[in-house]
Design a protein around this ligand. Structure first.
Ligand SMILES: [Zn+2]
Length: 140
């Protein structure tokens, strides 16, 4: 397979992983009535309308699918307030202490995600989602 033929497949897989990982974060952070409380503004939203908010930008591949870098929140904080970074930083420091947040923020380590690893993550999070859906009786 040529290099060019490989690319769309990888992008498709990353898109699929974005979607299953987003559902995982939203299910993980919801209560037993499938309600997410935005950790940045305390607004309550149904899982369906909640968003997967990245602390370190999703364009940094190493943290795009990192469970400690992602929390479910509201569209207003994530999109309209452009990540609501002052509140998000406060939340992260309260949750993980400043050393870890600094380390994440300053992380310049080279990171590679192989196509096989993307596929493994998709399978893993699909399974986790099924477990969470069953546990919380979730129906989208
Ligand atoms: Zn919010």
């Amino acid at each position: 397979m040529s290099k060019n033929a490989k690319k769309p497949k990888r992008q498709k897989l990353i898109k699929e992983l974005d979607s299953v990982f987003s559902l995982y974060i939203r299910l993980r952070d919801s209560d037993s009535h499938w309600i997410v409380t935005c950790p940045l503004c305390w607004k309550k939203i149904p899982v369906k309308f909640a968003q997967n908010m990245h602390f370190i930008s999703r364009w940094v591949l190493k943290y795009r699918f990192d469970e400690n870098n992602c929390f479910a929140g509201c569209m207003r904080c994530n999109v309209i307030l452009n990540g609501n970074y002052i509140e998000y930083t406060m939340f992260m420091i309260k949750k993980f202490w400043i050393e870890k947040v600094n380390q994440m923020k300053n992380d310049k380590e080279l990171f590679e995600l192989k196509t096989r690893e993307i596929e493994e993550k998709i399978a893993y999070y699909k399974e986790q989602n099924q477990k969470l859906e069953k546990k919380k009786h979730f129906k989208e």
